[in-house]
Design a protein around this ligand. Structure first.
Ligand code: PLP
Length: 408
């Protein structure tokens, strides 16, 4: 008997759940793009995005997805033939490398596999070996959405500083922004890319490239920049249309304004703490279940696990069957394993991911976890019981004690 009727829950790592408030803000007649509210609203959106990114630098906004942000970051900083060094900790690192290669840049990849963070010492060795200073940028995913590995961006900066290498440090925060703590200025990222559809709770369609003065200087040294991707007019427009190099994404802007208001009302620190707590609840459940069965967290060290997404290994065909059961019987859609095994092979059915980014609360996570436990039981996948209870304990401990009434 299917129990999937009711509100569906898309628990994949992007696009994420869109809040009703965001949907309501987008549900409106087409606004004027020449004068009025939309024009007045947009500068504030750019300012508030920089606040979420913790930067005093600039942001360029694009009608694009994350791949557009990848391309924009490279197009504004590097000349054809320049070299980039990519620190890959999963599929998305390789994706950015492929983008760089297709744009004509020379690409060197330091591959750290699917379960380990980028090693600063290997970065140091690669920078030292670059005697001619040909590496123009070091590309790192803050969180790789495929492996759920989170890298220590500040540690990478430190290596660049210690070696005195002039390469720009670029961070991909498409999965992590407003979920995992990211301090662009304090950690020394020169460029950071993000998208609308993950922690920012807006449908896919907007991409953001944040950049500091060093990156801006690199842009100024280029003989020319692709007209559409050029970040200069977008970050400092003289006319409204320059924000987006054409018609603005009208309804997305209303949605994004609402989402940024929601983040401000809750407080970014609270948003980050909520994600951290809910992630710990998921880890506690998975660790418990794994004591009596094949389920395993892909990242062993909690210090390198993302608070936005959790990649799991369970062996084929359990992962595939569990995802089908969750969607068909419980109304929860889980993410597929990405880049963990060759697509289309039986092994690929041995992985799944839980997206826990953005508009997410305790009952969603606890409901998802209890449903997973029911699914493993129904499918006779071995597990140690008590995972949902372990998650409930994490939530109970983190939650504020109930307010006492004045009457006591
Ligand atoms: C989602 C994601 C991307 C790609 O974004 P698209 O919008 O699908 O182009 C890139 N990097 C990371 C880390 C992501 O999570």
């Amino acid at each position: 008997m299917s129990l999937a009727q009711g509100r569906p829950y898309l628990a994949i790592p992007g696009p994420s759940v869109v809040p009703d408030r965001v949907l309501a803000a987008m549900h409106r007649p087409a606004p004027n793009i020449y004068e009025g509210e939309l024009i007045e609203m947009t500068a504030g959106i750019a300012r508030d995005l920089c606040g979420v990114a913790r930067t005093g630098g600039d942001v360029a906004m694009y009608v694009a997805n994350g791949h557009g942000a990848w391309e924009a970051a490279l197009a504004n900083t590097l000349a054809p033939g320049d070299k980039v060094l990519v620190l890959a900790t999963g599929r998305f690192g390789h994706g950015w490398a492929e983008m760089a290669e297709a744009m004509g840049f020379e690409v060197e990849i330091l591959d750290f596999g699917k379960r380990a963070p980028a090693d600063p010492e290997r970065l140091r060795a690669a920078l030292r070996a670059d005697a001619g200073g040909r590496i123009g940028a070091v590309l790192a995913t803050h969180v790789d959405t495929a492996t759920s590995l989170r890298n220590d961006v500040a540690a990478l900066r430190q290596v660049l500083d210690e070696t005195g290498h002039g390469a720009l440090l670029m961070a991909d925060c498409i999965a992590s922004l407003a979920c995992d703590r990211f301090e662009m200025d304090a950690w020394g990222a020169d460029v950071m890319v993000a998208g609308s559809q993950k922690g920012l709770m807006v449908p896919p369609g907007m991409a953001f490239v944040f950049f500091n003065a060093r990156a801006s200087a690199a842009r100024a040294r280029l003989p020319r920049v692709s007209r559409y991707w050029d970040w200069a007019p977008r970050a400092a427009p003289e006319q409204f249309y320059q924000y987006f190099g054409g018609t603005a994404p009208t309804h997305h802007l209303y949605g994004l304004r609402e989402a940024l208001d929601m983040i401000a009302e809750e407080g970014l620190e609270h948003v980050l703490a909520r994600h951290a707590t809910l992630a710990r609840a998921i880890w506690a459940a998975c660790a418990r279940w794994g004591e009596g069965g094949p389920l395993e967290l892909n990242i062993a060290d909690p210090a390198h696990r993302s608070h936005a997404v959790t990649a799991l290994r369970i062996g084929a065909p359990h992962g595939e069957r569990l995802r089908a059961w969750m969607a068909g019987e419980a109304g929860v859609t889980l993410g597929i394993g990405l880049g963990m095994a060759e697509p289309g092979t039986p092994e690929a059915g041995g992985f799944f991911r839980i997206g826990h980014m953005g508009h997410l609360n305790a009952h969603m996570v606890l409901g998802l976890l209890a449903s997973l436990e029911a699914g493993m039981r129904a499918l006779e996948i071995p597990f140690a019981p008590g995972g949902a209870e372990a998650a409930a304990a994490v939530v109970a401990e983190a939650a504020a004690p109930p307010a006492r009434s004045a009457a006591g």
